[in-house]
Design a protein around this ligand. Structure first.
Ligand code: ADP
Ligand code: MG
Length: 389
């Protein structure tokens, strides 16, 4: 059985839908591109809360349009708070290293405690590397103010005092998928099969919302396990929208950091063209990491295994290979049929030809099915699984 056939794709309508959403997303990329003056740190000042109307003292109609958009859409969800630097310094004990949760390309993330609301939060202090950091900051605030979904991390507020750029998010108890899948601390247990499928389903649902419900549609772009955060029940939430929607800043640096990271669709690497289908490809890479426990790029492996997709593609051709693809830390504890079907879904997402990849909505349907534990799974044999396929 091909799991993706459980909901047939209506090709003509999905193509039409895709065309119109692409059109919309192009215009949104264009719109953000038009906010080039944000680049100038001195000019871009966030002076009020998103909910209490974002007003940016930057020139130009485009910037005003984005700000108005934020006000219009931002009110749909919980309002983002504005914090003073002093409040956040106090919440993080002066950005104490003992509260450090992690460090990414744009700064450090601390666990914080907001005394006024008695809330535990994650506080991301962007490096003072000026232009790029400010672009990221604005993109993150603007995008997260417009999108609200249980599988997207919630932006609680921000601080833009002076040159400080700090983002305050809901705190995710279980950290990132990377911590549980690829950087497993000795005291941590590896994720079991169904938790993995549950996480993949959450990621796909977050992406489905961004592609099909958000208006205009949002391309996520920054797929990687460290951007998939996990709450106390291992529900997955996508984080880091700084790169989402942002169009190229200039002719030279259009796909900058994305090219070599192992998650990019081939057409995106070649042309820099961003579509919902390139997000589906990146989802496929993360899903393959979830199944295999291998990193998208792992230089510590033999050359032919360094690139996960390049290693996996020849193996997709024969189901006999599928069991050796499963993460060894699962120790064989997975439903064989479920493994076969999960690998088939990953393979479809990873097709070179963008138009042949499934829509994320169909992936969600497949994962809803794969994340349900059934009695049949626990008793099935290889032969049964093979017959059912
Ligand atoms: N909201 C959050 N709750 C808990 N931990 C978080 C949160 N946001 C980020 N982190 C942790 O901080 C780390 C650094 O995050 P980030 O700056 O986004 O860099 P990167 O995504 O490149 O790792 C993440 O890997 C994660 O472990
Ligand atoms: Mg991140």
């Amino acid at each position: 059985m091909c799991i993706l056939s459980c909901r047939r794709i209506n090709t003509s309508s999905s193509v039409t839908m895709r065309k119109s959403s692409l059109k919309a997303s192009k215009s949104s990329v264009h719109e953000i591109k038009g906010t080039k003056k944000y680049d100038d740190d001195a000019e871009a000042t966030i002076s009020s809360t998103i909910s209490r109307s974002v007003s940016m003292s930057v020139g130009g109609n485009k910037q005003r349009m984005v700000a108005e958009d934020v006000v219009r859409h931002g009110n749909m969800g919980a309002p983002a708070e504005v914090y003073t630097f002093r409040e956040l310094a106090s919440a993080t004990e002066n950005f104490s290293l003992k509260l450090l949760l992690g460090e990414g390309g744009f700064g450090r993330v601390y666990r914080g405690h907001l005394k006024t609301t008695n809330q535990v939060v994650a506080v991301k202090q962007l490096d003072g590397n000026g232009i790029q950091g400010n672009r990221e900051f604005l993109a993150e605030v603007l995008t997260l103010s417009m999108v609200h979904h249980p599988n997207l991390v919630k932006l609680i507020g921000y601080c833009a005092d002076g040159r400080q750029r700090i983002l305050v998010y809901e705190y995710m108890e279980n950290g990132s998928l990377e911590d549980h899948l690829l950087d497993l601390a000795p005291e941590r247990k590896p994720l079991d099969w169904y938790t993995r499928m549950h996480i993949a389903k959450g990621v796909a649902q977050g992406l489905e919302y961004l592609h099909d419900t958000a208006n205009p549609p949002v391309m996520y772009r920054d797929f990687k396990p460290s951007n998939i955060l996990l709450d106390e029940k291992f529900n997955a939430k996508l984080s880091d929208f700084g790169l989402a929607k942002l169009g190229p800043t200039g002719r030279e640096d259009h796909v900058s950091t994305m090219v070599m990271n192992g998650y990019c669709a081939p057409e995106y690497e070649q042309t820099g063209q961003l579509t919902t289908r390139s997000d589906v490809y990146s989802f496929g890479v993360v899903f393959l990491e979830i199944i295999t426990g291998r990193r998208a790029i792992d230089n510590s492996r033999p050359p032919e295994e360094e690139n996960l997709v390049a290693w996996a593609k020849p193996l997709f051709k024969d189901r006999k290979n599928f069991k050796m693809m499963a993460d060894p830390t699962l120790e064989g504890n997975y439903p064989v049929k479920g493994l076969y079907q999960a690998i088939a879904v990953a393979a479809m997402c990873l097709q070179d030809e963008a138009s042949t990849r499934p829509l994320i909505g169909d992936v969600v349907t497949a994962l809803e099915y794969l994340s349900i534990r059934t009695d049949e799974d626990t008793s099935e044999t290889d032969e049964q699984a093979a017959q059912d396929e």
